[in-house]
Design a protein around this ligand. Structure first.
Ligand code: NIG
Ligand code: FE
Length: 423
């Protein structure tokens, strides 16, 4: 029996931001494709039509109607870089940092990421799910409809797989859609302190092949997860990052990298060379590496919550990346160490002040370009017929309030796969 899916018509929006036309490279960033007095027709989980209210009301007279009453309608935010899944608490490290210790000093002393590794390894699956679910919901009700989530707080194959399975379980639970990334190369675990290369070899020779096999047996219908590396002094050097990413690529995994958060090691150029989906952080990136990124399809993901969270003064050189023709995106980097922020709205506010974007540019970087960083630009990130019906209704009548205002939630409704969630 063919079931007639019901149509939902969201109409009367002061502005529908369509973000139509695909990812936005270089200074093309910021094309919102605005429809004044706009409407969006949704059938089941999919966008059916986008246009002005008058035409869509005429075309779909029997639709269930949702009056957006002079509010902005836009695509849900895509958050393409998160460490949403962890257990434990590092609030005391914030005080230590305010008193002068650096992030990498705390890590070198066995704290930082390694402290979260201990807590996460010790947590029950239920506890890990419970803590992560709360953050996922906060993120969702602040407007994020799709988020990438990295493992990286287990650092053994089994505990990394436990995190990966928890991410997959939370994705099925919803409403926030989650895209998994395998980040066993997040830190050198204490067991390998005196022989980090042995850990790199373990990732390459055992973990990645076993992950590929597990995926084939258990998730054949889903595309492979991303593989990521923290390429940094004190974590994994450029040669080790290359070894891991080349092996991952050979096994068919799409790639990501943490590059130039504290030091320029060449990770961004490596990402461009290997065809990674994204290179993320990009604070200390050299001009040569920016050029390499600009000439590639690798998305440059800026995480302004991280220098802000660390109270540092240097941010992503976004204008240089745009000058070079790069594809710029934004993400929260939510994690317990450097940036505990679930809200893409706050990231937009930082991007407008700290990396020089306009609200329009920040919105494009947080939707269509962020979707491109997850290889999902054909499914989410814009309001176009055939795409997934992931929308926000904001309680403002002009998009420029995004980025301008901060510290509060401007989302009044989240619509995920056609389902309406009032905030
Ligand atoms: O992206 N830099 C590495 N990873 C995270 C921090 C993780 C943590 O401190 O727990 C980041 O900033
Ligand atoms: Fe990160």
């Amino acid at each position: 029996m063919i079931e007639n899916k019901k149509i939902l018509l969201i109409y009367n929006a002061s502005q529908v931001l369509t973000l139509r036309g695909g990812l936005q490279r270089g200074w093309k960033l910021g094309k919102l494709g605005i429809i004044p007095n706009g409407a969006v027709a949704v059938e089941g989980e999919t966008i059916l039509a986008v246009g002005d209210s008058q035409s869509l009301l005429a075309n779909y007279p029997d639709a269930e109607k949702l009056d957006a009453v002079q509010q902005v309608v836009m695509p849900g935010f895509v958050d393409p870089h998160t460490h949403l899944i962890w257990a434990g608490d590092r609030a005391a490290e914030f005080t230590m940092r305010l008193q002068g210790k650096t992030y990498m000093e705390i890590l070198a002393a066995g704290g930082g990421i390694l402290s979260t590794v201990n807590a996460t390894r010790a947590a029950s699956v239920e506890e890990l799910l419970h803590q992560t679910r709360q953050r996922a919901l906060t993120s969702f009700y602040h407007g994020t409809t799709t988020a990438e989530v990295k493992t990286g707080y287990g650092l053994t194959f089994d505990s990394e797989m436990d995190q990966l399975k928890a991410i997959l379980a939370l994705d099925i639970e919803g409403p926030l859609q989650l895209v998994p990334t395998f980040l066993a190369a997040h830190a050198v675990p204490p067991e390998f302190k005196h022989n980090p290369q042995a850990y790199v070899d373990l990732i390459c020779n055992e973990m990645l092949p076993e992950l590929a096999q597990w995926w084939k047996n258990n998730q054949p219908q889903n595309s492979l997860p991303f593989v990521d590396v923290f390429c940094e002094d004190g974590a994994f050097d450029l040669a080790q990052s290359r070894q891991i990413l080349e092996k991952a690529r050979k096994l068919g995994f799409p790639l990501k990298i943490h590059a130039d958060e504290f030091k320029n090691l060449g990770g961004a150029a490596l990402a461009a060379e290997l065809g990674a989906a994204s290179a993320d952080h990009l604070v200390k990136t050299s001009s040569a590496d920016i050029r390499a990124l600009g000439q590639s399809d690798t998305v440059a993901v800026s995480l302004p919550g991280t220098p802000f969270g660390l109270d540092e003064d240097e941010f992503t050189p976004a204008k240089d990346i745009l000058d070079a023709g790069g594809i710029l995106a934004l993400a929260t980097d939510i994690n317990p160490g450097t940036s505990w922020c679930e809200s893409m709205q706050f990231i937009l506010a930082l991007a407008c002040r700290k990396i020089g974007l306009t609200p329009a540019q920040a919105i494009a970087a947080a939707t269509i370009n962020a979707a491109a960083a997850l290889n999902l630009a054909n499914q989410v990130g814009s309001l176009e017929p055939g795409k997934q019906a992931d929308l926000l209704i904001l309680n403002v009548d002009d998009y420029q309030h995004l980025g301008y205002r901060f510290g509060i939630n401007l989302v009044s409704k989240v619509i995920k796969r056609g389902r309406v969630y009032p905030v």
